[in-house]
Design a protein around this ligand. Structure first.
Ligand SMILES: [Zn+2]
Ligand SMILES: [Zn+2]
Length: 402
């Protein structure tokens, strides 16, 4: 599915072609970046050309970037992207070094968090305040910038894509202003990076999608980056029973630190039975599927109380076309099954709000970081994620700002 090495940009069959490609004619700078070149291969650390920002773009010096599982899904071929090579990385905080001539509200020196879905501000969804559903969202796996052109090239001159229109596994990146949120300069940027993806995804799923209320009961299946933040989101909402479920015992211990009241080390029917026992046979008001939906959705659905909510926050490989839920069971139990991307709230609103909760001590961010890495250690970081060692690994590129 890929050329597996140096050469011209390769289009992956079945994916849409990048459109409106054009080259910037200004002299490029160079940046070190971790490139996805082939499914199943480690990321390749290379020096690539990076063009100056276009009129609506900014140049960002990356200070910290989180190692999210979504990038791992791309590396494994479970989340397909339209081309290689591509710079992955989408959980970014950094500082602005240059702004394009038409950029508004962003200045050189600003501290920023980048959003993995751009908010064009003009589509139906952005107009409704639903930036996380922006019409440009489906293009985040294609490779080009928001304007359809490329800003990066490898040593052989091949166009290099930017995952999520960000390409954050790099010393520097160029992104459209539609992907930029300016933040308070007091927040350390390794902590700020976490509110670019995992924290809003989890906290928002509890607060904005399920609308967990004080006194509710919650089940969180899979206590990784998203799930741990569902746990703390449920705690912020006042849930009194928060059941963490994972097959890695250490994650159940960590989950207690974020607000879990119970830990269940089980899967499948055993998970359903354990949750029903803990809830007097009723089930939980809200169940969150934060890992491997094909294996966990049905047990979570059956552990949910009648008229309860089941929220899916995790990616399913696109080779999986369906998950069976018995329709009669759905009908008679009157449960709701729903998806939540980016915590079901505009990141432009949610990111500053989460950082305010962090500054008052109500939201834990530092505690989420289990290990930090240099850019050239990134593959070790992903090995640690796959081994279940990391809640969140973070690549730190500017130690003065974390
Ligand atoms: Zn992510
Ligand atoms: Zn939009």
């Amino acid at each position: 599915m890929s050329n597996g090495g140096r050469g011209p940009a390769v289009l992956i069959p079945g994916c849409e072609l990048p459109k409106r490609a054009r080259r910037c004619i200004m002299a490029p700078m160079f940046t070190l970046a971790a490139l996805f070149r082939a499914i199943g291969a480690p990321l390749s650390i290379e020096r690539i050309a990076l063009d100056a920002p276009g009129p609506t773009e900014v140049l960002v010096k990356v200070a910290a970037v989180g190692l999210c599982r979504t990038d791992l899904h791309v590396m494994r071929g479970e989340r397909r992207v339209a081309m290689t090579p591509m710079v992955l990385g989408h959980e970014v905080a950094g500082t602005v070094e240059t702004v394009g001539t038409a950029v508004e509200g962003i200045a050189v020196g600003d501290h920023v968090v980048l959003t993995f879905i751009p908010g064009c501000g003009r589509c139906r969804w952005c107009a409704k305040g639903l930036h996380h559903l922006c019409a440009e969202g489906p293009r985040i796996t294609h490779g080009p910038q928001l304007d359809g052109s490329f800003r990066r090239r490898d040593a052989d001159g091949a166009d290099v894509g930017a995952f999520c229109m960000i390409g954050g596994f790099a010393e520097r990146t160029v992104v459209d202003q539609a992907s930029v949120v300016v933040i308070d300069q007091e927040v350390p940027l390794d902590h700020a990076a976490l509110v670019a993806c995992g924290v809003p995804a989890g906290v928002g799923a509890a607060r904005n999608r399920a609308k967990v209320k004080a006194g509710d009961s919650v089940l969180v299946v899979g206590c990784g980056g998203d799930g741990m933040n569902v746990v703390q989101g449920a705690r912020l909402c006042g849930a009194t029973t928060i059941i963490a479920a994972d097959i890695v015992a250490a994650k159940l211990d960590w989950a207690r630190g974020f607000g879990a009241t119970h830990g269940v080390n089980a899967q499948g029917e055993a998970l359903t039975r354990a949750v029903l026992e803990l809830t007097g046979g009723i089930g939980v008001d809200h169940a969150f599927v934060c890992i491997d939906p094909p294996a966990t959705l049905l047990p979570a659905f059956r552990a949910t109380a009648k008229a309860g909510n089941v929220v899916v926050t995790a990616i399913t490989p696109d080779t999986v076309k369906q998950i069976d839920i018995p329709p009669l069971e759905l009908f008679v139990t009157q449960k709701a099954i729903m998806g939540a991307v980016y915590g079901f709230m505009s990141p432009r609103l949610q990111i500053p709000e989460l950082l305010r909760l962090y500054r008052t001590g109500e939201l834990k961010l530092a505690e989420l970081i289990t290990c930090t890495y240099a850019l050239d250690e990134i593959n070790r970081g992903y090995d640690d994620l796959q081994a279940g060692k990391n809640l969140r690994g973070v690549v730190v590129l500017d130690n003065s700002l974390v």
